[in-house]
Each structure stands twice: as C-alpha cells, then as structure tokens.
Write a new protein. Structure first.
Length: 78
C-alpha cells in the first residue's frame, strides 16, 4: 500500500471500500476505557519532545460530565 499509512487508508485498503465513518463511530461509541491509552500516549509524547514546562488548564469532560485537569487538544507548551 503506497503513501501514508493512516487508519482510514489502511481500513479502506483492507475492506476495499471507504469505512472511515464506521471506524470513527466505532472508536467514539465503544465503551472501552480510553484512560490508559491517553496516559501512555502522553507519556510517549513527553519522552519524545521533552518539554521544559507545561500549562495544565482545567477542562470539562463531556463524556463523564466531570472537570478534568489537562489540555483539551494536545499539550500546551511555554
């Protein structure tokens, strides 16, 4: 499969038809605990970019209706 290997392109290649929306709905509506995945991703990101300082804003988690600490869309760096 030539080109970039995104989840959408791989799934389209394997299934032989566009399934991007189905995959997005599966990930968004699955009851799996995404906390460990998010923590591991954040850990790998910190190991890779080695930030000097981070700002940790307060945000509201719409999935659980709780206030959470941490950036809403990525890591904010000073």
């Amino acid at each position: 499969m030539p080109g970039r290997k995104s989840i959408r392109r791989i799934s389209d290649h394997v299934m032989g038809r566009p399934v991007g929306r189905c995959l997005q709905q599966f990930v968004n509506q699955s009851p799996w605990d995404w906390g460990p995945v998010r923590r591991r991703l954040a850990q790998r990101l910190v190991e890779t970019i080695r930030p000097r300082e981070s700002i940790v804003p307060e945000r509201h988690d719409l999935r659980t209706a709780r206030v959470r600490r941490g950036p809403a869309n990525g890591v904010e760096r000073v």
